[in-house]
Design a protein around this ligand. Structure first.
Ligand SMILES: [Zn+2]
Length: 121
């Protein structure tokens, strides 16, 4: 399994006055996973965490840009919690207020944040 950061940046959209970044994974026709990213280290850590989740078969992608398929019993929020914690570990900014990386409400706050912004990744 091969991964590469793609040259494509995240897309940005404005949701209720907040600028939201969306990153995507895709697979080229050689099967290489292409990881779009915003270029900042926190986001790259987030996306590399998802790459690790692909390696451990928690989530997969078919060839070509597509919607991910989650492994049995895997929930999107569990994947995102780990990825957002990786972001937080790097730059302490996750778009919502937490009391540190071990905040017991981290996943609840993350869920509210993602739902309110219609954000997927
Ligand atoms: Zn994510």
């Amino acid at each position: 399994m091969k991964f590469a950061f793609s040259k494509s940046k995240t897309t940005q959209k404005k949701v209720s006055r907040e600028l939201i970044e969306e990153t995507t994974f895709s697979r080229n026709d050689q099967g290489v996973y292409l990881i779009s990213n915003s270029g900042n280290l926190g986001n790259m850590a987030h996306e590399v965490t998802h790459a690790g989740q692909i390696l451990s078969k928690k989530v997969s992608l078919e060839l070509g840009p597509t919607i991910p398929t989650y492994g049995p019993g895997v929930r999107l929020m569990d994947l995102e919690e780990k990825a957002y914690k990786a972001t937080y570990a790097v730059d302490e900014t996750v778009g919502f207020k937490v009391e540190g990386i071990h905040d017991p409400q981290f996943i609840i706050k993350l869920s509210a944040y993602l739902n309110s912004n219609g954000k997927r990744h």
